[in-house]
Structures are given as C-alpha cells and as structure tokens.
Design a protein around this ligand. Structure first.
Ligand SMILES: NC(=O)C1=CN([C@@H]2O[C@H](COP(=O)(O)OP(=O)(O)OC[C@H]3O[C@@H](n4cnc5c(N)ncnc54)[C@H](O)[C@@H]3O)[C@@H](O)[C@H]2O)C=CC1
Ligand SMILES: O=C(O)[C@@H]1CCC=N1
Length: 219
C-alpha cells in the first residue's frame, strides 16, 4: 500500500472480521482504516490488524448521496488529530460531521444512521405519508411529493442553519386556533413522538447487541 493510504471498510458488519484477516498483512503504520460498519467497535477492528493500525469508526447517513448527511465518528487508539481532520474534511463534503466518544456511537446509529429509514417508513412527518395525505386531500402525487420533501428539508435547514429550536419552529407555525395546532393535536393523539423515540431506542439497542456479538466472538 502507498503512503497515507486510506482504506474504507464498507462491507456488512458480519463480513468485517474475514475481510480484516485478508487485509491485515497489507496494513502499515501509515494506513488509515475507516470503517462504516454498524455496531463494530474499533478495538475489534484493531484486534485483527497490526498493533500500530490507525482506525476510525464512522456512522454515516444515506443522505450523503445528496450532500446532506449527518455523520459521526469515533477514533481508535492510534488515530491522531491529523487522521480525524482528514475524515472530517472528507465527510464534510457530503454534509455535517461530528466526532464523539465511541460509547455514543450506538446512540448515533439509532438516531442518524437509521433515521432515514424511520422517516421513509414510519414517521408521521415522513415524506411519503405527508404526500399521501396531500393526495388524499386532492393534490396530485407529484406536487404532493415535492411539497412534502421540501417541507422536511426546510424545517431541517431552519434547525441547522438558523439554530431555531424545533419547539420554537412549531410554535411559530401553530397560529392560535389555526390549522396546524389541530393537525398537531392529531399527531400527539397518534403517539408520533413516542413511536420515533421507541425507534431510536430499538436501533441503539440493536447496535449495542451487534457490538456485544463481536465482543463475544473475539474473546
Ligand atoms: N445503508 C446505510 O444507510 C448504512 C450502512 N452502513 C454500513 O455500511 C456497511 C455496508 O452496508 P450497505 O451499503 O447497506 O450494504 P451493501 O450490501 O449495499 O454493500 C456491501 C458491499 O460490500 C461488498 N462486499 C461483500 N463482501 C466483500 C468482500 N469480501 N470484499 C469486498 N467487498 C465485499 C458487496 O459487494 C457490497 O458492494 C454496513 O457495515 C452497514 O452497517 C452504515 C450507515 C448507513
Ligand atoms: O441497518 C443497518 O444496519 C445500517 C446501519 C445504519 C443504517 N443502516
């Protein structure tokens, strides 16, 4: 491998160990391994590589394809500030990036890693469901979908770029006795918030469980 080469580990988590066994002999001190495998702790990756191996564990988010991802990463025992800067720079090209302690990676997996799936399949404010509501109420499908997607994008941008607290955004949209507060009441009655919180918790616990599985298999 060439100097300062970066190797991305992007196979399914259950293949990580076997891929590392093949890779190990080619890894040098200057090689940076960037893993995006969910639930695979850095020490498990390090265990299958030479002692000096530098590892960074990333939890990306599928919106990278539209430069709007929410990525987090944790550094392994040998990764230095330069490695983190490099990963930050790379991930910044596709959206937001934060470093965090490794014990919080499971929670980030449950929230931002899996999040697009919740929004797509279950979220009340999911684009699909919002569009379906629009279609039910007479909008054509194409228009409803575009309005729904832009609505989510706009709300997210206000939170991220104007630092508007979601609660404030909600209050500003809900006029007294108006349409939004009626709709919001329906959302609360349907248990929307609880469902999303349950989803994040379930995703986090699954990520921890996957890490535990690797731990047990690497004793
Ligand atoms: N799909 C998502 O939104 C996210 C996925 N991840 C992680 O990314 C990783 C990949 O997931 P997906 O992209 O969804 O799966 P995928 O099945 O689309 O991609 C896996 C890729 O690995 C390749 N592969 C399999 N065995 C290999 C080997 N021995 N050597 C080289 N390449 C091999 C496959 O050909 C395939 O292209 C997983 O570890 C997952 O936890 C992390 C965050 C988000
Ligand atoms: O479902 C999965 O395991 C991957 C990790 C985060 C999003 N998708």
């Amino acid at each position: 491998m060439e100097t300062n080469e970066v190797v991305y580990l992007a196979v399914k988590p259950n293949y990580v160990t076997s891929v590392l066994k093949d890779l190990s002999s080619a890894v040098r001190a200057h090689t940076l391994i960037v893993s995006i495998a969910a639930g695979v702790p850095t020490f498990v990756i390090e265990k299958h590589l030479p002692d000096e191996a530098r590892v960074i564990r990333v939890m990306p988010n599928i919106a990278a394809v539209v430069q709007s991802s929410a990525c987090v990463y944790a550094r392994g025992k040998n990764a230095d500030d330069g490695d983190c800067d490099l990963v930050t720079e790379m991930l910044n090209c596709v959206g937001l990036v934060e470093e965090m302690p490794e014990d919080l990676m499971d929670a980030a997996t449950g929230l931002s890693g899996n999040g697009p799936a919740y929004v797509r399949h279950y979220g009340f404010v999911a684009i699909q469901a919002l569009a379906d509501g629009g279609v039910k109420m007479g909008l054509n499908r194409d228009k409803a979908l575009r309005l729904a997607a832009q609505t989510l994008l706009g709300a997210a941008k206000m939170v991220l770029e104007q630092h508007v607290h979601p609660e404030q955004l909600k209050d500003e949209v809900c006029s007294t006795g108006g349409t939004s507060i009626y709709a919001l009441h329906r959302l609360e009655s349907c248990g929307f918030r609880g469902a999303l919180m349950d989803a994040v918790e379930a995703g986090t616990l699954r990520s921890i469980e996957m890490g535990q599985h690797h731990l047990d298999n690497n004793k």
